[in-house]
Design a protein around this ligand. Sequence first.
Ligand code: FAD
Length: 404
Amino acid sequence: ALSHHENWERQWRNPTPKKQYDVIIVGGGGHGLATAYYLAKEFGVKNVAVIEKGWLGGGNTARNTTIVRSNYLWDESAVLYEHAMKLWEGLSQDLNYNVMFSQRGVLNLGHTLQDMRDIQRRVNANRLNGIDGEVLDAKGVQELVPIMDCSKNARYPVMGASWQPRAGVARHDAVAWGYARGADAHGVDILQQTEVTGFKIRDGQIYGVHTNRGDIEAKTVGCVTAGNSSVLANMGGFNLPLESHPLQALVSEPIKPILDTVVMSNQVHGYISQSDKGDLVIGAGIDGYNGYGQRGSYPTVEHTLQAIVEMFPIFSRVRMNRQWGGIVDTCPDACPIISKTPVKGLYFNCGWGTGGFKATPGSGHVFAASLAKGEMHPIAEPFSMFRFHSGALIDEHGAAGVAH
Ligand code: FAD
């Protein structure tokens, strides 16, 4: 069908690597590309390369279920995710690229009294941080999602939910491509099929990277490699407190529009939305084991679908079309690491675990500011890797959970 459209412009160049850049970003996912875009556009650092071992956005950016929300409990994370949310709200205009950001709202269900107390606490905290949120009872939830089983006979009856109306979903590929096109237009070199295999470090200072296409020099290197971050950290000679786990998702055959919001439940452990194509987009928590294979195990798929059918008996005969996995880098406190490292000039932005897509614009923005100035942006500051020495953890397990 597209064979007559032969004169489409390339969205970004395919340049030969230069010998030297001011900044190298390792990892061409959404976060890496957003970092490069803001570096060039807002901070005037244009001699930048994004080095990606595969293809753009082929990591978790392409594999995620695209839920965007900012209703995190603690001030540090609430500020970070809300910074991202504000950028999402203008992103299509800023990039002149339709990222299909759809603010259809997100429900986090409560099934027990303790769930509801936690929801109340979190919504109160959100409001104090200027983030929209409401506590709904079961009737309010049923009004929003008439097809959900909110009856008292359910195995885990719905008692209520938190509701963030400004939350929603976006088109993952478009986010990577929009940032890539924007970064390229500002002069950033995007180097695909280029794998970083080591760092060039002298006297505690980075001065370049080894790649399968030769060495490339830069005195500032930012690693944004999601599930591979501990591998890269080891190349730098230090450890990060990360575990790499598979996280799976699946989509159904396309069906007519039936669900116009996002529903998540930590208790039954599943979440669901409907894509613009009509597929039901379904996910759950991580597979319990560590690994780098981008696939998961069947018990998790079964458990996930049990959860969905528990909430939505109406979907019990919908057929699943595709299933896949990504590798997520989970941190002990369920918060990211945006940080300097023991190597001068080497920075890491990782540990987003199951929930980093929503942060893409904010993460890229604060990381770019930090790389440009050589000092961490105030929003990034609390997410230093050294918090695991000082003990200043930011425990977001409640707000993260299955609820990416
Ligand atoms: P990636 O997109 O993974 O990019 C990292 C890149 O680094 C990769 O392209 C990789 O090839 C490259 N790389 C690695 N090593 C090297 C090397 N040595 N040299 C060069 N390049 C290298 N988040 C949400 O907010 N909402 C959700 O609903 C959600 N659902 C998810 C569902 C699933 C199934 C999965 C897997 C994740 C989900 N997430 C979600 C998490 C989210 O996808 C990630 O946190 C986010 O996309 C990470 O973005 P990134 O750009 O850092 O990583």
